[in-house]
Design a protein around this ligand. Structure first.
Ligand SMILES: CC/C=C\C/C=C\C/C=C\C/C=C\C/C=C\C/C=C\CCC(=O)SCCNC(=O)CCNC(=O)[C@H](O)C(C)(C)COP(=O)(O)OP(=O)(O)OC[C@H]1O[C@@H](n2cnc3c(N)ncnc32)[C@H](O)[C@@H]1OP(=O)(O)O
Ligand SMILES: CCCCCCCCCCCCCCCC(=O)OC[C@@H](O)COP(=O)(O)O
Length: 380
């Protein structure tokens, strides 16, 4: 009991956070450099380069998974039918997920890890994320599809990036947040005005989905991908999880409802495909309503257990990187040079500010104006 309490206090200590962030940053930059070293391999053996990059990517992403699973002890529960369960991780799929939470990317990654597709997982991500050190840089080598959320500019690049995945050598899940931005009350209100203008039913828990990305993904991954995983995420007891909460060791409870829909059943025609997606979001809204009323999603629970790999990878980097920094800091302190000590202190502060900026990228309050601006522009 006392030991548990001590551990809880330890997890809130700044020193622990500094160590975790230092390990993430330094290991991430080492891995980014290793990824850079694979560049000459691409023209010679592209498939081998891709496989190596999947493993290297895993070594970065799994640190955030370990933070969620092992440090914060967050429980991830999966609601799905057992027949579909058997296929997860054994086929390529498009994942359609609601976008309400600051850590939904970590939760998504956790499910990827449990089904063995973490290193190869893909997403249609906003271009701004490609500039985030470590994760954004890692994504270049994992052939993540970036968009500016301006269709005229995106059309060509998104189609080309999707086509490149046709011969991808590993099973992958391609994540689409069709709402295009995270849910806020303001964005929801504006988005429902758009729905009204379009004569579409209103949604209570989702923004109106943007259909272009989904339709183009289905079109260009046909033949490669066998199913769409319609996924609806929620957290128990109205928890609003944050990355800082996870870093402080706070335990959350994620519930994910997944329906496997064969890709063949999705219409090929673009406007029919768009209508199909709108219908899907109306169903997702009903699932959220069910969750609100009953505290659970429909269907059976089939929980994949957490695996040791993420923890092992994390401990490996802790062992490799913590000792040298301790020695270095000690030498600096013993050097007696005020200038060196002040410089080191300023450098550490700058790095901490950098990490805080990275964490800020996950915060909804600091989110984009997408979904607010364009309607105002349309109205002008
Ligand atoms: C078993 C377990 C299963 C699952 C486990 C779960 C998950 C794990 C899977 C994988 C994990 C992988 C990675 C996870 C890691 C990290 C992920 C992190 C985050 C990245 C996510 C993002 O960056 S989200 C933002 C970027 N992505 C997107 O935006 C995708 C969705 N968007 C689109 O598809 C868009 O169509 C577009 C981007 C391609 C183009 O956008 P654009 O705005 O230019 O054009 P659109 O034509 O789409 O929009 C105009 C139409 O929209 C109407 N409109 C206008 N205003 C609004 C409004 N406010 N709301 C709604 N609609 C609006 C407008 O009228 C236009 O209508 P049209 O009729 O003309 O189409
Ligand atoms: C291990 C300790 C780690 C500390 C540093 C962590 C760094 C985290 C890196 C940030 C990874 C970025 C992923 C965020 C995904 C996300 O959720 O992006 C939001 C977009 O979809 C939509 O943006 P918006 O339009 O602004 O809502």
């Amino acid at each position: 009991m006392i030991r548990m309490g001590l551990l809880k206090v330890l997890k809130t200590q700044l020193l622990c956070h500094l160590i975790i962030c230092y390990v993430f940053l330094v290991s991430g930059i080492i891995i980014n450099l290793l990824q850079l070293c694979t560049l000459p391999l691409w023209p010679i053996n592209k498939q081998l380069a891709r496989k190596i990059n999947c493993r290297l990517g895993y070594s970065i992403a799994s640190q955030l998974v370990a933070l969620l699973e092992w440090w914060s002890g967050t429980e991830c529960t999966l609601y799905t039918d057992p027949e579909s369960f058997r296929l997860y991780g054994k086929e390529n799929a498009i994942v359609v997920l609601n976008h309400n939470f600051e850590i939904d990317f970590m939760t998504g990654w956790t499910f990827c890890e449990r089904f063995g597709v973490l290193g190869s997982s893909k997403v249609l991500a906003k271009k701004e994320l490609s500039f985030v050190p470590v994760i954004g840089w890692m994504w270049y080598f994992l052939e993540i599809v970036f968009c500016k959320r301006k269709w005229e500019e995106d059309r060509k690049t998104v189609v080309q990036s999707l086509r490149n995945l046709q011969d991808y050598p590993e099973f992958f899940w391609f994540l689409l947040h069709c709402e295009g931005t995270r849910f806020t009350e303001k964005k929801h209100k504006i988005s429902m005005e758009v729905a009204e203008k379009k004569g579409l039913p209103k949604l209570k828990y989702h923004l109106l989905p943007r259909t272009k990305g989904f339709c183009v993904t289905v079109q260009n991954l046909r033949g490669k991908v066998t199913a769409v995983y319609d996924s609806t995420l929620n957290f128990r007891n109205n928890e609003m999880p944050t990355l800082l909460g996870v870093l402080n060791g706070k335990k959350y409870h994620a519930d994910l409802y997944v329906r496997r829909i064969p890709l063949d059943s999705i219409p090929e025609d673009e406007s029919e495909c768009a209508a199909w997606l709108h219908k899907l979001y109306q169903e997702k809204d009903e699932f959220q309503e069910h969750y609100r009323q009953t505290g659970r999603f429909p269907g059976p629970i089939t929980n994949p257990p957490r695996r040791l790999w993420a923890l092992v990878n994390w401990l490996f980097w802790v062992c490799v990187l913590v000792y040298p920094i301790c020695v270095l800091l000690l030498q600096l302190l013993l050097s007696g040079s005020t200038f060196t000590i002040v410089c080191t202190f300023v450098f550490c502060l700058a790095v901490s500010a950098g990490v805080r900026w990275m964490i800020g990228q996950t915060e909804i309050d600091k989110g984009s104006n997408y979904g607010v601006k364009d309607v105002q522009m349309n109205n002008n």
